[in-house]
Design a protein around this ligand. Sequence first.
Ligand SMILES: [Zn+2]
Length: 273
Amino acid sequence: MSDPLRILVIGAHPDDCEMKAGGVTAMYRALGHQVKYVSVTNGESGHQSIPPTELAKLRREESDAVAKLMGIEYDVLNNRDGRLLATLEPRFEMIALIRRFQPDLILTHRPNDYHPDHRATSTLVCDAAYMVIVPHIVPEVPALRVNPVIAYLSDHFQKPIPFAPTVVIDVEPVLESILDQMDCHQCQFYEWLPWTMCQENEIPSDAAGRREYAKQFYCGFNGPLAERYRDLVIQTYGPDRGSKIRFIEAFEPCEYGSPLTEANKKRLFPMLP
Ligand SMILES: [Zn+2]
């Protein structure tokens, strides 16, 4: 395992990594570990009025702002948003990307998820697992000798099987950092996502009001998680702290990566108590 750790968070769109792993990222960075975010698509479809070419450029700039803020690398790949398919070309791109970063841990979506790009991203990562150690596949980038540990980001979908985390992290201590990351994605949290919920007329124009809106959005989005996995939260943090924790990030091991054992869990998630 690397020291410092190398953590690769792979989302389908600019802002997925921030929403599902922005808290642990802040904690990894505070402990001196390396984190890289990847958006597998360019985000060109996520707006009600900005044309795709212009939007892709804007979302690259917003992602760059997150990279600067967090001191991380942030790749936005040039696959078109809303059109991602888990075919050979993006699989080879994924294999090369994983090999070049040499992660100890990869975090990504689950294969069952509402968004086709999220599903395709998950499939691409799962299809790259194992193949990253096969030298004759993508021979121009040296193969890894060890398959990284892979874990899924949380979601609330129940079929065919619900999310089943084995790692939960209290992220309320770094809530401000998560909001800072969201705030970089102005065109998402204050324009597109409110529009998808018919709330476009409720967005404050001032920075403080917007930040409060983002906070309410995050609390609504993340709040049910801690309650859903309360037993594991209490098991992890003890009854006193565990019963009071409000916001968590949660991770489920993917069977196609190296095993997440009790021993390497403490090394890969050093923010665990
Ligand atoms: Zn997404």
